[in-house]
Design a protein around this ligand. Structure first.
Ligand SMILES: *Cc1c(COP(=O)(O)O)cnc(C)c1O
Length: 406
């Protein structure tokens, strides 16, 4: 019988449990009422109050009170994620963007300054480049954080946060987390890392000095393309603040059903990541060998400018470089679209980290095009390699190239 020690991620004999064992058992337990060996989904909005409720703090997140304040399925997932990320605590919110917004709005006050990567998820870019400066008087600098010198040069006396995304969506630029953490800490600032493209199986930013780790759970951690969620893994002092501000008072809570789905999906995270890593590397190498392909950006390729940093940051010997790569064809706008229309296995849709492979053509007029490396300016694809047979994916690409006469 799985012991309570294992359900809490603790060793039963002195040797630490492995990532797969923890992905399966953490946050699970025997249901006290039915004896079920799976914890149930609790869909109630409210919980019974004690005889005298007058002492209750209505903004509290640590008792079952009202689902927006926090709920059991959220807490089971939080316990697992904090352990897998190696942080004291984690908060799970409604989406990856809610996790980003919660981090920025909780950590930054009027007059503070933040530095952030020149390639980030589009909502992070809009929040930091426009919404927070315009509405809340927060100063921000956008820099190419893949060179730590640029972070150093951008630091101001009021810098409170350095936010990096690595590998960055969609340029796949990699930032040295340890170097960024040192620069942030020397300046009295915190480092937050959007680790969505890696998942904690491949990279654990907290081990490398990051103060806050953000994951869009929608992607690899759920892994099945059927629920949105976001996590912030950090110390308890910050998770308490985030729960009070963003969860209870801004209302960014995840639904119990989505928390349950993500918890269930996360059970197979290590198995899935190994397959995503292996297939993406094989496909990146294949694409690199094709004459029709103008460039391939994938940190696992030796041709990637930050391959060494990416390799050094891996969390375990069987980790890899994730399932997302970008590439461009030696063709025009219509040629790119024609290629996608001839694919049979790979689906044209946004998102990543799903079981199925997804491709999106990011044309020549993305609003952040001016920040991308030059090879991205003629339009490019982001390919999120799924869990299909690698050979089927490679044949699908070759067949579509032939059919679209490229
Ligand atoms: C998808 C994504 C997000 C946003 O996550 P949602 O769950 O869609 O809100 C944030 N960061 C990265 C790197 C992403 O790929």
């Amino acid at each position: 019988m799985t012991s309570d020690l294992v359900h809490h991620g603790e060793s039963f004999d002195g040797t630490p449990l492995g990532f797969a064992t923890k992905s399966i058992h953490l946050g699970n337990g025997v249901d006290a009422e039915t004896g079920a060996i799976r914890r149930p989904i609790t869909l109630a909005n409210a919980y019974a109050l004690p005889y005298d409720p007058s002492d209750i703090n209505w903004s509290s997140s640590d008792v079952n009170l009202y689902t927006r304040n926090g709920h059991p399925n959220q807490r089971y997932l939080e316990a697992k994620l904090a352990n897998l990320e190696g942080t004291e605590d984690a908060v799970v919110l409604a989406s990856g963007v809610a996790a980003l917004a919660a981090t920025f709005t909780t950590l930054l006050n009027r007059g503070d300054h933040a530095i952030f990567s020149d390639t980030t998820y589009i909502a992070a870019y809009r929040l930091l480049n426009q919404i927070l400066p315009e509405k809340y008087g927060i100063e921000t600098s956008i820099v190419d954080t893949s060179d730590p010198k640029n972070i150093e040069d951008a630091i101001r006396p009021n810098t409170k946060l350095v936010h990096i995304e690595t590998p960055a969506n969609p340029t796949l630029k990699v930032t040295d987390i340890e170097a960024a953490a040192k620069l942030a800490h020397d300046a009295g600032a915190l480092l937050s890392v959007d680790n969505t493209f890696n998942s904690p199986f491949n990279v654990r930013p907290a081990d490398l000095g990051a103060d806050v780790v953000i994951e869009s759970l929608t992607k690899y951690i759920n892994g099945h393309g059927d629920a949105l969620g976001g996590a912030i893994a950090t110390c308890k002092e910050l998770t308490d603040q985030i729960r009070f501000t963003y969860q209870v008072n801004y209302g960014g809570i995840i639904s119990p059903f989505n928390a349950w789905l993500i918890n269930r999906g996360s059970v197979t995270l290590p198995l899935r990541m190994r397959q995503h890593n292996a297939s993406a590397l094989a496909i990146a190498k294949h694409l690199e060998s094709l004459p029709q392909v103008r460039f391939v950006a994938y940190p696992g390729l030796e041709s990637h400018p930050h391959h060494d940093v990416a390799a050094r940051q891996l969390a375990r010997p069987d980790a890899g470089f994730g399932g997302v790569l970008s590439f461009g064809l030696d063709t025009d706008h219509d040629g790119h679209n024609r290629f996608v229309s001839k694919l049979n296995v790979i689906t044209s849709a946004v998102s990543l980290g799903h079981d199925e492979s997804l491709i999106v053509f990011l044309g020549e007029d993305d609003e952040r095009q001016y920040l991308y490396p030059e090879e991205f300016h003629r339009g490019f694809f982001r390919l999120a390699v799924g869990l299909e047979d690698t050979d089927d994916l490679i044949r699908d690409i070759d067949h579509a190239l032939a059919e679209s006469e490229l």
